[in-house]
Each structure stands twice: as structure tokens, then as C-alpha cells.
Ligand binder design. Structure first.
Ligand code: ADP
Length: 224
């Protein structure tokens, strides 16, 4: 066990170093992006120019998600009305939903539904889940969100999409680092979701069928 403790410490130190390195990469990257934007590419350079900007944005996204993951649990647990958190999250996701012709339907079976948690982190969970649902839909579809308090003393948030769904293997891989099937994916979104839900003593259930859609349920203990 002493060796295990040492390993944990070593891992934590490596994680911290990686996090500060990631942080340091951001500033020069911002400078590079800024200067590239000042360039005026000729017609035949335009495609490469766009690609460079896209790739820089991709690096930025990976770094952002990595930093969320490596941040120590500076969580601020307070009483939260999950209904309000979901309303805020849906409002944030609405523009993207309209762009993709996704209709978001919301059903709250009670209001308020109180849990203890960190408001920003919980929003992050639902933003990621809604984004995944919308990505899965591609063009037209429905994303529905149900919230209720169940008999087990949990708040249950069920997010269902009519998207492409997942195979059994994909479900297994979901939440492992860098697993993605998307051209622009990072494969870190679900890891972030899992981490935050674990910190809130919650659970995640995944039901999905290739070609039919997916339902992700987040269960969080109700606060007394
Ligand atoms: P990313 O969105 O960057 O790919 P995630 O960790 O959030 O990273 O998701 C990993 C993969 O899991 C996705 O690329 C996709 O293949 C699959 N996935 C997640 N949510 C859904 C969903 N609602 N429907 C279909 N596939 C999904």
C-alpha cells in the first residue's frame, strides 16, 4: 500500500505538470491565432489557411477539456434547484439546437427539485450531454429532457435523443480517454461528465441502440 500511495503521488505530480504545461501552451497559441488572422491568403491558399485556423481551434478545445479534467476538485457544494440548472442549460444550448433543426422538449415533473452540488459543474454535465445528443442527431430530430424525483431518493435526469445511437462496443468505450467517433471530437466530454457526477455521489446509466437513439440518465442524491 505504501508503494500504491507513492504511485498516486507521482501520478498527481505528473498531472499537475501536464496541467501547467497545457496552460502555458494556450498563450502562444492565442498569439499565433491572432497573427495568422492578420494574414491575407491568396485564393489558392485559402483552404490551407482555414485548415490552420481550424486545427488551432481544435488544440484549444482539447486543452480546455484537459484543464477541466486536471483541475483539483475545488468544488463549491450548495443547495441547487436542478430545474433551474436545466432551464439555464437548455437556454444556453438553444441556438445550437435551432441551427441543427433539433427540437428540445423539456418535462419537469416537479419544481423545485433540490440537490447539493456545484452549479457550474452540473451545468457542464448537462451542456456536454445535450451537445452529444445534438451531434448524434446530425440534422432533424428531437432531444427530450425529463426530470423527476424517484422513489430511491434521487433526482433523475433523463436525456433522450433520436440520433444515430451506439453499438455495444461504443457504449463500453464511452468515457475512456480520447474515445471519439467524431471528426472534430476530443473524446474527453464523457470523462468530464463521469468525473463530475462521481464527485456528486451520482450515477450514470446509458441505454442506446445503433440507428435508433440513446438515453443517458444521470441520478443524483436529493438533498434533505
Ligand atoms: P466527443 O463528443 O468529443 O466525441 P465524448 O466523450 O463526449 O467525446 O463522446 C465520445 C463518443 O461517444 C462520441 O464520439 C460518440 O461516438 C459517442 N456518443 C456519446 N454520446 C452519444 C449519443 N448521445 N449518441 C450517440 N453516440 C454518442
Amino acid at each position: 500500500t505504501e508503494q500504491m500511495l507513492l504511485n498516486t503521488e507521482k501520478l498527481a505530480a505528473v498531472g499537475q505538470m501536464a496541467a501547467s504545461a497545457a496552460h502555458e501552451i494556450r498563450n502562444p497559441l492565442t498569439t499565433i491565432r491572432g497573427f495568422i488572422q492578420l494574414l491575407e491568403p491568396s485564393f489558392h491558399q485559402q483552404e490551407h489557411y482555414d485548415l490552420v485556423l481550424e486545427e488551432i481551434d481544435r488544440i484549444n478545445l482539447i486543452i480546455s477539456e484537459f484543464l477541466i479534467l486536471s483541475k483539483p476538485q475545488a468544488t463549491c457544494f450548495e443547495q441547487q434547484n436542478l430545474v433551474q440548472i436545466l432551464k439555464d442549460t437548455v437556454a444556453l444550448s438553444q441556438p445550437q439546437a435551432s441551427m441543427h433543426n433539433v427540437q428540445i422538449q423539456v418535462h419537469f415533473f416537479a419544481d423545485p427539485i433540490f440537490i447539493r452540488g456545484d452549479g457550474n459543474q452540473l451545468k457542464q454535465v448537462f451542456i456536454n450531454l445535450i451537445k452529444n445528443g445534438m451531434d448524434a442527431i446530425e440534422s432533424h430530430g428531437v432531444l427530450s429532457i425529463h426530470l423527476k424525483a424517484n422513489e430511491q431518493g434521487e433526482a433523475a435526469v433523463k436525456i433522450t435523443d433520436t440520433g444515430i445511437g451506439m453499438t455495444e462496443t461504443q457504449i463500453q468505450k464511452l468515457g475512456t480517454p480520447f474515445f471519439t467517433t467524431k471528426k472534430e471530437g476530443t473524446g474527453l466530454g464523457f470523462m468530464i461528465i463521469k468525473r463530475i457526477v462521481n464527485q456528486h455521489n451520482g450515477k450514470i446509466e446509458v441505454k442506446s441502440k445503433k440507428g435508433e437513439g440513446s438515453t443517458i440518465t444521470v441520478l443524483l442524491p436529493l438533498s434533505e
